[in-house]
Design a binder for this molecule. Structure first.
Ligand SMILES: Nc1ncnc2c1ncn2[C@@H]1O[C@H](COP(=O)(O)OP(=O)(O)OP(=O)(O)O)[C@@H](O)[C@H]1O
Length: 325
């Protein structure tokens, strides 16, 4: 319906008393990169396992390229390329062979599989290791090159839906950037991409839509700009606290400016305030630093990470409260 390559509606999956997915709904259209974000244990992998037919939902429906995954898992599976979170078993193979085999299994001719593997090796800058064999003891290839090879295996042939589960784990910064560019290209070439990640900051660069899961439920969904809280009218003041130091923003009475959102993440406190109060905020933070009540501060535009942390406020590490001064 609506041409979506992935339609998840009301999916619930329990493991005993744990509700790993609770009435989850999301949609990926052709050409769209959708980020699925959430802390550890939020239910991301459980959802992916159901989309590829490895787990059956307790309730709800999943369609891939119009095919009902529960009624016809084999046909649906052929419409999806998955890079799993666990490292791919490459033992005994070179990246060249692994990527070419993946292309052949997806129906490419020998020549096309070879050409696509070469192109990806260049795109991801892994030529140096293209003909090096992975050994069963985990040697031969680094974790990062194994991860990039697994990504290339998922990206080698055109397919309606590509699912990438933490594709940048172990990958160095320069190649991560290349990988993100390739993810964007997959979308621009017409695939729908579901990108599972913890990395909000990097995901922001490539995704069209974001779905945030928290304890099995979708807590926020929308474009990055919508989630960020949009406009330039707001700024974020980040206070870095001393180890064991008190938090000078804890009581709204002590804060001389109106704060629309306050999020505590470890020793960082993120305060959202009106851009009109920037000068007063800097004056206050400078005084706090001069009196050594904080280690430092930074004033910057509101980021997606702020919105993500607020949406998922994890009781143990993060507390959120609205303080209307
Ligand atoms: N096979 C299973 N048996 C029992 N509980 C499970 C099983 N798989 C997942 N869970 C539980 O379901 C919840 C969601 O787990 P899931 O692995 O889907 O989260 P996740 O968001 O992928 O986490 P991570 O980012 O750490 O990979 C967790 O509470 C987890 O302990």
């Amino acid at each position: 319906m609506g041409g979506a390559v992935l339609e998840v509606e009301g999916v619930t999956r329990r493991f005993g008393s744990v509700v790993a997915n609770d009435e989850v709904g999301l949609r990926v259209r052709p050409g769209e990169v959708v980020g699925l974000l959430g802390h550890n244990g939020a239910g991301k992998t459980t959802l992916v396992s159901q989309v590829v037919g490895l787990l059956r939902p307790n309730g709800g429906s999943i369609r891939v390229a119009g095919v009902d995954v529960i009624a016809d898992p084999a046909t649906a599976r052929r419409c999806v390329a998955l890079q799993p979170q666990a490292q791919a078993p490459l033992d005994g193979l070179t990246p060249r062979a692994a990527i070419e085999i993946a292309g052949r299994l997806r129906g490419l001719s020998k020549g096309k599989a070879r050409a696509a593997a070469h192109a990806l090796a260049d795109e991801l800058d892994i030529r140096e290791w293209f003909d090096r064999r992975a050994t069963p003891d985990g040697g031969g290839l680094s974790g990062g090159v194994r991860r990039l090879t697994a990504f290339a295996m998922a990206a080698v042939a055109p397919v309606p839906l590509v699912i990438l589960d933490e594709p940048t784990n172990d990958v160095d910064a320069a190649r991560r950037r290349r990988l993100w560019e390739t993810v964007r290209r997959l979308g621009d070439d017409g695939a729908g991409v579901l990108l599972v990640t913890h990395n909000v900051v990097e995901a922001e660069r490539v995704v069209d839509e974001l779905v945030v899961l928290d304890r099995g439920r979708v807590v926020v969904a929308g474009s990055p700009s919508r989630l960020r809280g949009t406009s330039d009218d707001y700024l974020r003041l980040e206070l870095s606290l001393h180890p064991d130091g008190d938090d000078p923003s804890e009581s709204s009475i002590d804060v001389p400016i109106p704060i629309t959102r306050r999020v505590r993440a470890g020793r960082r406190v993120l305060l959202t305030l009106s851009a009109a109060d920037a000068e007063a905020a800097v004056a206050w933070a400078t005084t706090l630093r001069t009196h050594e009540r904080i280690e430092g501060y930074a004033l910057a535009p509101v980021t997606l990470e702020d919105a993500y942390l607020a949406a998922t406020a994890d009781a143990a590490a993060i507390t959120e409260e609205a303080t209307d001064a």
